[in-house]
Design a protein around this ligand. Structure first.
Ligand code: G3H
Length: 199
């Protein structure tokens, strides 16, 4: 059975400073994760019925932190704009504290309805879920194993879709850094899940 692996990028310089969005490089801790990732995945590649290892492809966003995290994976790579992180609009590069402090009404509106709240000049989770549709269609059509190296909001949406999580719960799903999520389709149409934390 083929596998789908989901992982956030390794810790970024923006993560270190708790800043939203941006296109920063991965931090030293993120680089360690990127160096360990290939062995963790290679060890888990399933075999075909003929006993060969299944082909694997790697999909990243177009942002530096996912490209750098995937760099050492020895498989063909594809960049998807649709996998870029949720656009924080005018709040790109801000911290949550700054938003709460300078725009408490926006902060409260997002807290009230995180699924539908759209950042000014940016996106909502609903927007993200919609733009991921072509990616989901391709993952489902794909016969190979796929490693998706993306971002927190994006992986919440993809994970939520595959695990049939109600939409209202998607924006608060736990998708930690430095954790590989392995999904394996089961004969009853569900996905078996394993989480492999490492760093
Ligand atoms: O914007 C950056 C985060 O990855 C998304 O997290 O939707 O919980 O604010 P959040």
């Amino acid at each position: 059975m083929r596998k789908i692996w989901l992982t956030r990028h390794g810790e970024s310089e923006y993560n270190e400073r708790a800043l939203l969005g941006g296109d920063s490089n991965i931090s030293p801790a993120g680089q360690i994760y990127a160096r360990l990732l290939p062995d963790v995945i290679v060890d888990r590649i399933p075999l075909t019925l003929e006993g060969a290892t299944m082909p694997v492809s790697v999909w990243t966003s177009t942002l530096r932190r996912t490209i750098q995290t995937a760099e050492l994976l020895p498989f063909p790579k594809l960049r998807w704009k649709a996998l870029d992180e949720i656009q924080a609009g005018i709040f790109d590069g801000w911290t949550y504290e700054e938003i709460a402090d300078k725009h408490p009404e926006e902060y409260a509106a997002r807290k009230r309805d995180k699924l539908r709240y759209r950042y000014p000049s940016g996106e909502s989770y609903m927007d993200v879920i919609q733009r991921l549709e072509p990616v989901i269609i391709e993952i489902e059509r794909e016969r190979e194993c796929v490693v998706v190296v993306a971002h927190q909001a994006i992986l919440r949406a993809l994970y939520g879709y595959f695990m049939k999580i109600p939409l209202s719960d998607v924006p608060r799903l736990e998708i930690p850094l430095h954790t590989l999520i392995e999904l394996v389709p089961t004969p009853d149409g569900r996905m078996a899940e394993e989480r492999i934390p490492f760093n």
